[in-house]
Design a protein around this ligand. Structure first.
Ligand code: FES
Length: 111
C-alpha cells in the first residue's frame, strides 16, 4: 500500500492530485461515501482530472468535459470512452493508502 494523503487533505466533493515517484500521478477524490484513487491523467488526452469538477459521483475533465464515475472509473460522458484505472483504497487512522499495483479498469476483464 502506498501512502496517498491524510484524510483532511481533501474536502468532500473535491479532488487532489498526488504525485507518485516513478509513475504518473494519481487523483484522490473524497465523496460523502468514501475516498477514491484513480489515474489523474484523462484517458482522452493529457488533462489532469484533479483539476476537473466533481458533479455528484462523477468527475468532469477540464479539457473537453468528458466524465468518469469516481467510484468505478468508468467513462460516463463523451468524448471519454476508456475507463480510468482505479485502485483499492484503505484508510488507516487519518491516512489514506492505495494499492497502486492492483489497479483495475472497468472496461477490462483483467487488470
Ligand atoms: Fe479529457 Fe479530452 S482530455 S475529455
Amino acid at each position: 500500500m502506498t501512502f496517498i494523503a491524510r484524510i483532511d487533505d481533501v474536502e468532500a466533493g473535491y479532488a487532489l492530485q498526488v504525485p507518485v515517484e516513478g509513475r504518473e500521478p494519481v487523483a484522490l477524490v473524497r465523496l460523502d461515501e468514501g475516498y477514491f484513487v484513480f489515474d489523474d491523467t484523462c484517458t482522452h488526452g493529457a488533462a489532469s482530472m484533479s483539476e476537473g469538477d466533481i458533479i455528484g459521483c462523477e468527475i468532469e475533465c477540464p479539457f473537453h468535459s468528458g466524465r468518469f464515475d469516481v467510484r468505478t472509473g468508468a467513462a460516463t460522458a463523451f468524448p471519454c470512452v476508456k475507463a480510468l484505472r482505479i485502485y483499492p483504497v484503505k484508510i488507516e487512522g487519518d491516512e489514506v493508502y492505495a494499492a497502486l499495483d492492483a489497479g483495475t479498469r472497468a472496461d477490462e476483464s483483467t487488470s
